[in-house]
Each structure stands twice: as C-alpha cells, then as structure tokens.
Design a protein around this ligand. Structure first.
Ligand code: SF4
Length: 275
C-alpha cells in the first residue's frame, strides 16, 4: 500500500502557534484559563485539559489569573476587562486576524461604517465586530446586502471566506456607495489546503480526511474529496479506522483540517503503513 499525505494538511500557522503556546505554558504553570475552546479538536483539548488548561465562556467573574486568548481573537472590551480584572492575557490571536482588528479599529475611529463579510456566529467575526463597538454590518453573501445609507464604508472579510464570495460582494457593494474601501483580509491557508487536496484526491483509491466532526473546514475538505473520490472517509482519530477494511486499496491519500495536530496525522499514517 502507498500512503500519500496532502500538502498543507493539518494545523495552519495561527492554530499551531496558539497550541504550541498553550502546551509550553502549561508545562511550566499549574493552571491556565482559555477564553472559549482553544480549537475544535477534542483530542487536543483533552490533552491540554490534563495539563491544567480550563475553558471559560465569560471573564466577568475572573480576576488575577492567566488567560489565553485563542487564535480567533476577541473584541476590545476583553482587553479592557483584562486591565480592570488584572488578568495576564496570553494573546494567541493569529497575526492575520490581528491585522483585521487594526483595520477595523482605525477606520471606525475615523468615522467609517464597518462592513464585515463572514459568518455572524463565528467567534472570529464576533471578535472583529468588537473593534467597532459591535456596530458592524455583518453579511455572509450578496443576498444579505441592503441599500446603504450615505456615508463612508470600510469592508473587511472573515479570514476563511471563499474568495468567490468576496469578489461578488465587492462588486455588489461598489454599486451601493462611492465612498467605500475594501480590505481583502482572506488568509490563504484554507484555500491552499483545499487546492492541495483537489490534486491528491484524483490520484488515490481512497481518501482519509482527519479532523473534528464539528469542524467546518474539515467537513469542507470531506466534501471536496468526496466529489473527486467516492471512497472518502472522515475520521477524528486512528481508532475510528479500525473497523474499515483498508487493505483493499493500493493508494491511500490523507489530508487533515486546520485543527488536526501532527501527532494524530502521524498516528494514522503509521497505522496505514503497518497494514
Ligand atoms: S486560517 Fe489563517 S487567519 Fe485563521 S488562524 Fe489559520 S493562519 Fe490565522
């Protein structure tokens, strides 16, 4: 059996950085709070919770503690609360997300209305909105666009937005206002991972997609693989593969979502080779 791993499989730069910081910190400290779930991967969060990482959904009642801010980032109010509550914020906001915060903060203070293109329920979007006093207009596609009042506008995107959606929104909004600035803040990590898997899925007999069952980027990878290779399997960990007869395949491809650590990919790779 030949086993091939797709390029760009697994952790993106921002998630890897956040997990590495959390692992390092919990090595040398007894406890650490994470504001929200660090990443959508139970194996990683279980490992970190055994090392003393505890998840909290609110910091209102937290004082004088070390608190990790995950890669999705948070709004300005959390930083203000950190000062008021004397928290030691370990800021793992991905630098690409940080850049969006800076754009929004600057333009909001200069009197621009902020438009954010993305999923309103996603923590990254909620964090970005927190840099314009939660007054951003959030749209997920051209269908959400309503006529704009007179004024100046600044448009940013969720880092994982599909480029085709951004292009359509940009054209539609340009017709709505003459004073409108566009900042394409899409990060290439997601699209690069998807492009890499499109090549691999056509070269193999079976594709294994590793990642959390609730991870939207993993599900998207699964859909892409499925459209190119009928024999596609989505698993979270090695034990999920035990009941599957994999010996019948000559070439197996592996990819993994952005929240899947290297050690899980390696475990599955080694298992396949052992067959
Ligand atoms: S997808 Fe891009 S922006 Fe988001 S955490 Fe990863 S590297 Fe950062």
């Amino acid at each position: 059996m030949i086993v091939k791993i797709a390029e760009k499989a697994g952790f993106c730069f921002g998630v890897k950085r956040a997990v590495d910081i959390a692992l390092d910190y919990t090595d040398s400290h007894d406890s650490l709070l994470s504001y929200g779930q660090l990443i959508h991967n139970d194996q990683v969060t279980d490992r970190l919770s055994k090392k003393g990482l505890k998840e909290v959904d609110s910091l209102e009642a937290v004082y004088n503690q070390d608190v990790l801010i995950r890669s999705h980032g948070v709004g300005k109010k959390i930083y203000d609360l950190g000062i008021d509550h004397e928290l030691n914020l370990i800021d793992c906001t991905c630098p690409f997300v940080k850049k969006v915060h800076k754009i929004v903060d600057k333009h909001y203070r200069e009197g621009y209305e902020i438009i954010i293109v993305g999923n309103a329920k996603h923590p990254e979007i909620q964090g970005i909105n927190g840099w314009c006093n939660n007054k951003g207009i959030i749209i997920s596609s051209i269908d959400d666009i309503k006529p704009l009042k007179e004024g100046k506008y600044c448009v940013v995107s969720q880092t994982t937005l599909q480029y085709s959606v951004w292009e359509k929104v940009k054209i539609a909004l340009s017709n709505e206002s003459s004073e409108i600035l566009f900042f394409n803040t899409i990060c290439s990590a997601t699209s690069e991972r998807q492009e890499a898997v499109k090549i691999l899925a056509t070269e193999v007999d079976c594709m294994i997609v590793i990642g959390g069952y609730h991870s939207s980027n993993t599900r998207k990878l699964y859909e892409i693989c499925m459209s190119l290779c009928n024999e596609t399997i989505h698993v979270e960990k090695k034990s999920d593969l035990m009941m599957t007869n994999l010996k019948k395949y000559g070439i197996i491809g592996i990819t993994a979502g952005a929240s899947t650590p290297d050690w899980i990919i390696k475990e599955i790779y080694d298992y396949l080779l052992s067959l």
